[in-house]
Design a protein around this ligand. Sequence first.
Ligand code: ZN
Ligand code: ZN
Length: 402
Amino acid sequence: MQIILYAIPGFFILMALELAIDLKRKTGYYRLNDAIASLSIGMLSRVVTVIKTLIPLSIYGILVEDVAVYSWPDSWLFWVGAFVLYDFLYYWNHRLGHEMSVLWAAHVVHHSSEEYNLTTALRQTSGSVLNWLFFIPLAFLGIPLELMLSIAALNLVYQFWVHTRHVGRLGILDGILVTPSNHRVHHAQNDIYIDKNYGGVFIIWDRMFGTFQPELDEQPPIYGIRTPLRSWNPIWSNWHVYRQLISDSRATVHWRDKLKVWFGRTGWRPDDVLAKLPPKKPFNPDTFSKFDVSLSFTTKGYALLQLALAICLTLSLLTQFTVMSFIEQLFACLALVVTLSALGGILENKSWAFSGEVFKWFMVLAMSVLLPVEAWAQWSIIGLLLTSLLWLGTRRGDPIDA
Ligand SMILES: [Zn+2]
Ligand SMILES: [Zn+2]
């Protein structure tokens, strides 16, 4: 877990570098609203993951202590073997994350962007509940919890750099590792690219199990998902497929189908539900257009200010979580959820965006004063809140400034 926290400054440096290249080459791979949404989703996921993995990690620790059938020697060979084994299990976790509805409901978040840049890498789920089960074999093999966590973090950190369109083909590396070219295919919704290239670090698993597809010059990837999210709200991005599954399983009259909605192949829907609620228009690469909401220059500036506030809030929570009580942790999470939802409201030009800001303002102020937040974070948050207040005080029209 700490590895990811230490990697965060590196992520921001690389994103700034990619943005600079993007502006210099005039490629337009960055859009402000999409990038802010990706960062919001990433912040929510980091904080939620710290809380929700406590139980699975405890179970893993107990299994290693009491049920492990093997005790591996402590050597670098052991470490490398565990790293490769983890990546093999990651491949199957990721593959089923696309092929089974209940797992797709969580993983869809990562694919919901219609852009592809380093911020997309941070679009991680907050809603996964079953993923940890895929890595239980490592506990039975006696791989210690600390080692498994370090490997998982390294695997995730590796995947950051492949989310870019500024690195082309890499020759022989494209045949061994997951590279930007290989992973662009994975994020594309063109027919030929769907359900391909599931690897985390090594692409060899896809080559072994028939899911490998190289990037083709004649098929430029179209990024995104077949049922578009059409929102910048991080809560909705985590919830929209779950809501569809709940709705379908309630609507069907057959008990078997109620279960199959969740554990069947992604996209499968019962016949009686399809008759009542027909699917939306199928994907057409020729008519595809990206979701967008136009905002004034001032609103964009205000949104950036709120992004800075959300980043301060998240970093202060991640560094102080261990000294907070459970109630304080919950309150802190709620403040972050409100902050990120309000930011989504600004980006979507919602009629409630201004009231959302006022509610958020008081909530974050209360959090920064009442919770054990470090001094640097407290002053930064209060400074940003006062700047926001001045901004809102000079607003004209709707919802933030018109
Ligand atoms: Zn995926
Ligand atoms: Zn990805």
